[in-house]
Design a protein around this ligand. Structure first.
Ligand code: GRA
Length: 383
């Protein structure tokens, strides 16, 4: 067993840290406040290879792997959680295409995703289907050499700005989840309307609704076979969930760093507030939750790099990291008091951003369901 990072992975982490601190951090508060879409930073992350670590060189990536992706994501999220969402939006569709797409789709679609040239998203969730993916209502009806898509997708990250979307829709509803299919679509075609939405956190990550009205998708944009959509969706979520967990680590770390720095400097009742055991209790818990979550995230990423099943380990890591982030941001705010509550300091942003991790990519409750059903032997997570 080796807990150290290789030289190559250390270099990847340092590059991401350097970029995050120099290029993302200086405007993070402003970007959050203005709900800015920083396309320039999205492109720069592409240039630095942040979207390509899990993509082979043949399709424009570096093939460095999932641990590299986790390290990059954590560093980006540590300075601005909203910016790591772009990583997931490029990587999710690219990986689904890599795993299930035709050779032609891979050659044509993956390199621009890796470079960040085509801004992408994946569209699963709907007004009446969040945790229960098989309850989606969007349908795709085949008409000779194309499909007509109708339906509404909600809470889709990048919906207001994306060029492409991996859309999940039913091609045969009578087959239940076995009648779902996946389409890699061009959103700049007629039949798509978009509505931007506002959320509590992740303000610099555009989010919204996509409505498809007789949206025509060429038949060769079907990913995999008809009926494979649910399988593709579950497979894809297992990858993006891991990156999400790594993002949560970044927020947990930023919160812990802010709390420690403040506790070492702020004085009350004649001493540094770090001397008070109630604050020490919070800091000790932050450290333990964060460090255990990091080990779990790295284990799940390591398994992915060994090409071993890791659905269970991803759910454990995602649950642990999301809860660690929410705990740490809340604890940091308690330690900073009014300064934490103030919008002059980043801790309130960490708290708003941390809450998203308990909801996205399978809520904490869904992760617990997957973990408990595996433990009880009802439904094995790794299959
Ligand atoms: O036996 P079968 O052939 O019928 O297949 C079943 C099962 O084996 C079938 O699907 C298969 N399956 C899987 N196959 C491969 C299920 N899970 C997997 C898997 N992981 N890999 C039906 O299975 P089931 O267990 O009966 O399905 P279910 O009960 O309908 O749903 C399961 C579950 C609740 C886990 C699922 O629906 C789920 O994961 N829900 C959470 C949805 C979610 O994560 N949404 C995320 C939305 S996207 C997002 O948040 C973007 C955020 C962006 C960002 O911030 O980065």
């Amino acid at each position: 067993m080796d807990f150290g990072l290789s030289e190559e992975l250390t270099a990847v982490r340092d590059l991401a840290r350097d970029f995050a601190e120099k290029e993302i951090a200086p405007t993070a508060a402003k970007d959050d406040k203005e709900r800015a879409f920083r396309k320039d930073l999205v492109l720069k992350m592409g240039e630095l290879g942040f979207y390509g670590s899990v993509i082979p060189e043949k399709y424009g990536g570096s093939g460095l792997g999932f641990l590299a992706l986790a390290l990059i994501t954590e560093e980006v999220a540590r300075v601005h959680s909203a910016m790591r969402v772009f990583v997931n939006m490029q990587v999710g569709p690219a990986l689904a295409l890599l795993q299930f797409g035709s050779e032609e789709q891979k050659k044509k679609c993956i390199p621009p995703l890796v470079r960040g040239e085509t801004i992408s998203c994946f569209a699963i969730t709907e007004p009446d289907a969040g945790s229960d993916v098989s309850a989606i209502r969007t349908i795709a009806v085949k008409q000779r050499d194309s499909y007509l898509l109708n339906g509404t997708k909600l809470w889709i990250s990048n919906a207001p700005v994306a060029d492409r979307a991996l859309v999940y829709a039913y091609t045969d509803r009578s087959q239940k989840h076995r009648g779902m299919s996946a389409f890699y679509t061009d959103l700049n075609q007629p039949g798509v309307s978009r509505r931007a939405l506002e959320t509590l956190g992740a303000h610099a990550s555009p989010i919204g609704e996509l409505t498809f009205q007789n949206f025509r998708v060429p038949a060769d944009n079907l990913v995999g076979k008809e009926g494979e959509g649910f399988k593709i969706c579950m497979w894809q979520l297992n990858q993006t969930r891991l990156s999400c967990a790594a993002g949560a680590l970044g927020v947990a770390r930023a919160s812990r760093e802010a709390a420690v720095s403040y506790a070492n400097q702020r004085e009350q009742f004649g001493q540094k507030i770090g001397q008070f055991q109630m604050n020490q209790d919070l800091i000790a818990q932050m450290v333990v939750h964060e460090e255990s979550a990091r080990l779990l995230v790295h284990r799940a990423a390591w398994l992915a790099d060994q090409k071993k099943p890791n659905n269970l380990e991803v759910s454990i890591a995602k649950y642990a990291a999301a809860e660690a982030a929410a705990f740490a941001a809340d604890a940091a705010l308690r330690i900073l008091g009014a300064y934490g509550y103030s919008t002059e300091f980043p801790v309130e942003r960490y708290l708003r951003d941390a809450k998203s991790y308990q909801i996205v990519e399978g809520s904490s409750n869904i992760q617990k369901l997957i973990i408990a059903q595996d433990a009880l032997g009802y439904r094995k997570a790794n299959r």
